[in-house]
Design a protein around this ligand. Structure first.
Ligand code: HEM
Ligand code: HEM
Length: 177
């Protein structure tokens, strides 16, 4: 079975990150419409903490992936190429989106906290740079959301075909092929 499915750490990291990133998309889009006040500040602060957790998770995922390559694609031809390209673009945006968010927050007068722990900032209060990184954050986040939509549609197609692709990303002992 080894070499035909993802390793358990890869599976755990995939699903932990899927939950965190979908939560972040929902939180991001709802928090920006909240009126100024305690609820908005709490939502922004949770968004930053979860966003930094997503950044940690992608670093862990990429580090694990270096030593444990993905199993060979089950599909062939254009479908395999599209899946590989989507996975690579997802990895890139999963790094770039939170980095742009972190940089946007770095160029403000406010502290950046990771679940209460204050982090060093990568910048100084500067409205122009804050706005530039906010726009980049928004562009990367839209790209990420679109690719996640494509990725989930692909996963559903495999589920309907029952070709075993989904099982490769589920814990082996619970769901064996
Ligand atoms: C309902 C939600 C999801 C389902 C059913 C799902 C399913 C899967 C499956 C079955 C694979 C393995 C594909 C293969 O063997 O070729 C996979 C890979 C992957 N998924 Fe998801 N996924 C979901 C959500 C997400 C989300 C939200 C993200 C981004 C945060 C994501 C990122 C990735 C990445 C980057 C890979 C490539 C792994 C690698 O080859 O190293 N997935 N997913
Ligand atoms: C994968 C990780 C992340 C995702 C998916 C994500 C998603 C989002 C989304 C959907 C929005 C709303 C955009 C809009 O409609 O204006 C947003 C806004 C924002 N995000 Fe993130 N985010 C992530 C990581 C981070 C991180 C790490 C930080 C900072 C430490 C951050 C800081 C912000 C800030 C300050 C805004 C508000 C921008 C504004 O007021 O216009 N985000 N994010």
């Amino acid at each position: 079975m080894s070499g035909q499915r993802y390793t358990l750490p890869a599976v755990v990291l995939h699903w932990a990150q899927a939950v965190v990133v979908i939560w972040l998309l929902w939180l991001g889009w709802t928090m920006v419409d909240l009126p100024k006040g305690a609820e908005r500040s709490a939502a922004y602060s949770l968004h930053k903490s979860l966003g930094l957790l997503a950044l940690l998770l992608i670093v862990a995922r990429l580090a694990w992936r270096r030593g444990h390559p993905a199993p060979k694609a089950l599909a062939t031809g254009w479908e395999a190429r599209l899946a590989t390209a989507t996975h690579h673009a997802l990895y890139a945006l999963l790094f770039l989106a939170p980095m742009a968010g972190f940089l946007a927050s770095s160029f403000t007068p406010y502290a950046i906290k990771f679940f209460g722990i204050e982090l060093p900032k990568l910048g100084w209060p500067d409205e122009a740079l804050n706005s530039l990184f906010k726009q980049l954050h928004l562009a990367f986040v839209w790209g990420l959301a679109s690719l996640i939509g494509l990725h989930i549609a692909g996963a559903l197609k495999h589920l309907l075909k029952r070709d075993g692709t989904l099982q490769r990303m589920l814990p082996g002992r619970l769901f064996s092929n």
